[in-house]
Design a protein around this ligand. Structure first.
Ligand code: DX5
Ligand code: ZN
Length: 221
């Protein structure tokens, strides 16, 4: 069986207790920490930057930190996130003038690199940079906020991108972000995803271990 990654989005965590929240969610069985960077320019919301990533590392977080840049321009932020301890960095192609160069910058800095496709962005953009991708993140909501509803057309796009990855023979993670929960995670996996971002579904739950356990159970069916 494929290994499935569960990546809680700390956007829905209690920022006043962020270190503790991340520790708890990792202890509860999460694999990665999904770190949403919003700049009030590329998306209409403002969140956290490299200093917070560094603070989590200094706090003792050793789990992979999956940095999702919803910021434009992206290039200036990349060295800072590499320095701050990011493990993977994904960005939206609309936010970079030179996508190929940005991907190279990320890899040269020792991080895994990926592109994020908005619900209406065509996957064609992947074709000529597929050899520079470690992951592809498909947005299943419009970026900017947690707690939105999963957009069903993502399932079709997932199947398409899964084929592109399989045909390439490359080792590329296919991650989904937005509106993911216990009720739809299995369907999303069946469409080809192998990494799942979940913010509100995990952090709004009474017990992190229970909800992550329920997600794994759905994935093992
Ligand atoms: C949205 C962010 C997501 C968000 C997901 O722009 O990229 O990572 O936190 O939140 P939920 O899981 O609540 O849809
Ligand atoms: Zn995200």
């Amino acid at each position: 069986m494929r290994d499935f990654i569960i990546a809680p989005s700390i956007l829905s965590a209690d920022f006043a207790r962020l270190g503790e929240e991340v520790d708890q969610v990792i202890q509860a069985g999460a694999d990665w920490v999904h770190f949403d960077v919003m700049d009030n320019h590329y998306v209409p919301n403002l969140t956290i930057g490299p200093m917070v990533c560094k603070a989590l590392r200094n706090h003792g977080v050793t789990a992979p930190v999956d940095v999702h840049l919803m910021a434009s321009p992206v290039d200036r932020l990349i060295p800072d996130f590499i320095e701050a301890g990011a493990s993977m960095i994904t960005f939206h192609p609309e936010a970079s003038r030179h996508i190929d160069r940005t991907l190279q910058m990320i890899r040269e800095g020792g991080c895994k690199a990926g592109l994020v496709l908005n619900p209406a962005t065509s996957p064609d953009i992947i074709e000529y940079v597929i050899d520079k991708l470690d992951m592809i993140l498909l947005m299943s909501v419009n970026p900017g906020f947690g707690g939105q509803k999963f957009i069903p057309s993502t399932l079709k796009k997932l199947r398409h991108v899964r084929k592109m990855i399989d045909n390439s023979g490359l080792d590329i993670r296919l991650e989904v972000d937005g509106g993911v929960g216990v009720q739809n995670i299995r369907q999303i996996a069946e469409a080809g995803a192998d990494a799942f971002v979940a913010g509100s579904a995990i952090f709004n739950a009474e017990d992190y271990k229970t909800v992550i356990g329920q997600m794994r159970e759905e994935l093992s069916k």
